[in-house]
Design a protein around this ligand. Structure first.
Ligand SMILES: Nc1nc2c(ncn2[C@@H]2O[C@H](COP(=O)(O)OP(=O)(O)O)[C@@H](O)[C@H]2O)c(=O)[nH]1
Ligand SMILES: [Mg+2]
Length: 436
């Protein structure tokens, strides 16, 4: 699987082999919780596990009257779960909540299978998707902090690293103490590096385009339908795309606009409910790329019980990332099964230009594409220039930064009609011709 441009090897967590992991997914349903809410959590987790790249072999909702301090679900249910997971051929069990290190260890030892909690899934997704140096460091730091109280887990890869490490064993120091020291050192190093990067603020983007086409980012909660929407818009399956655009960010697709011309759309890491606070910075860094896009497509899940809250959270985080004022089109998805029509009406009223539709039923897609085209044309307006024959450099500039619609070599010079990023317009203004 493609990794972020900067990868930091990490030996203290399970390397979730994304193509081979067979996951058994478990959702705990506390007494009194509405089944609809447990269902929403299950769907969110399934979406996260899929994003992580694991295969889901089965899933289970476990009703729980009270939590057990040692194993969360109690020994009877552990035995049942163990049998079900083995029958399904799973090689790991994924829980929908954060497990205390001791509980995780107990479960792994009892069932002899890797037990992964929600936080670890999110960490894995973030680390696959981190594209800036800052994001990579932040995720690596969060991973080390996660692993620190879990060094005695059965399924860590620490043992591989043993012996070859810098830390030589001090007098009376146990292996666990050595491991702790190694992780603590890494944490210190990562924090130092982060400080440096933050000071420079040199954001190095993974190249997502050659800069000539308009770009947009799809943002929104996990399970809102972002990836489905991108697939529909680009009308192509993932494998074909990955081959065609091997040089692009693997989550970026080319989308054809209704009246001709293309643009690039990137899928972002989805928001997740109850994001562990240790991961907030890492999440924001992975989302920061959206700042460099021409506009944002905000996908909202109309079937979600807390749609409005999700919407507001997304808006707040985007503005804290400096995306305030960036053009945005809101797409309210899953209108084939909306949870609350009033919430939908509220967003439509508060945010003119929002589109209610359904990826599944292909509703609202033409409208969305039209809105996207208007935004793309706004950021890359069409203009006509007449360059003197001596200014081949300017023709090259247009060629390298925009899309040429028409070019004619006439007596007076070179007449070029092109779509160019707005930033170049003032430079070329002296050569602009009013009519095409
Ligand atoms: N009912 C309904 N389900 C949808 C629609 N669009 C996507 N889904 C489903 O929602 C789930 C999450 O979709 P996905 O694209 O993976 O969401 P992402 O996490 O935002 O990328 C999948 O099971 C989709 O089949 C829709 O318009 N209506
Ligand atoms: Mg997705």
């Amino acid at each position: 699987m493609p990794k972020g441009a900067f990868s930091i090897t990490d030996t203290t967590l399970i390397q979730i082999d994304q193509l081979q992991t067979k996951a058994f997914v478990v959702v705990i349903r506390p007494q009194g919780e509405e089944i609809r809410r447990s269902q929403a959590r299950l769907e969110e987790l399934l979406s996260l596990v899929q994003t992580m790249g694991a295969e889901i072999v089965s899933s289970l909702v476990i009703p729980l009257r009270e939590t057990n301090a040692a194993t969360l679900i109690g020994s009877g249910k552990v035995a049942e779960l163990d049998a079900l997971a083995k029958e399904a051929g799973a090689d790991c069990i994924i829980f929908d909540r954060d497990l205390p290190p001791r509980v995780q260890r107990n479960l792994e030892q009892t069932m002899d299978i890797a037990v992964i909690d929600r936080q670890e899934v999110i960490l894995q997704i973030f680390s696959d998707r981190a594209a800036t140096k800052e994001a990579v460091l932040q995720v690596a730091l969060a991973r080390q902090e996660y692993s620190l109280p879990r060094l005695t887990r059965k399924w860590t890869h620490l043992s591989r690293q043993r012996g070859g490490t810098k830390g030589t064993r001090g007098e009376g120091e146990t292996q666990l103490e050595i491991d702790r020291r190694i992780v603590l050192n890494k944490i210190t190093v990562l924090k130092d590096e982060l400080k440096k990067v933050e000071a420079q603020r040199a954001i190095q983007r993974k190249s997502r385009s050659n800069g000539t086409l308009p770009t947009a980012a799809i943002v929104g909660y996990t399970n809102a339908g972002k990836s489905s929407l991108l697939n529909l818009l680009s009308k192509s399956d993932v494998l074909v795309e990955n081959k065609l655009f091997a040089t692009l960010d693997p989550t970026t697709r080319k989308v054809a606009l209704p009246r001709g011309g293309d643009m690039l759309i990137s899928d972002t890491v989805g928001f997740v409910s109850d994001l562990p606070h240790q991961l907030v910075d890492a999440f924001k860094s992975t989302l920061e790329e959206a700042r460099y896009d021409d506009f944002i497509i905000h996908v909202v899940d109309a079937a979600h019980p807390d749609m409005l809250q999700c919407f507001e959270t997304t808006m707040k985080v985007l503005s804290s990332l400096g995306c305030e004022g960036k053009p945005m089109v809101v797409f309210i998805n899953k209108m084939d099964s909306p949870h609350n029509e009033f919430s939908v009406a509220k967003i439509l009223a508060d945010h003119p230009g929002s589109i209610a539709g359904s990826v599944r039923e292909q509703r609202g897609i033409a409208e969305l594409l039209n809105a996207m085209e208007i935004m793309a044309h706004h950021s890359h307006p069409e203009s006509t220039y007449l360059f003197p024959h001596s200014r081949g450099d300017l023709v090259a500039l247009v060629r390298n930064n925009g899309t040429i619609i028409d070019i004619k070599y006439i007596d007076e010079g070179v007449a070029v009609t092109a779509r160019l990023p707005a930033r170049l317009l003032s430079k070329l203004e002296p050569f602009a011709r009013s009519e095409g």
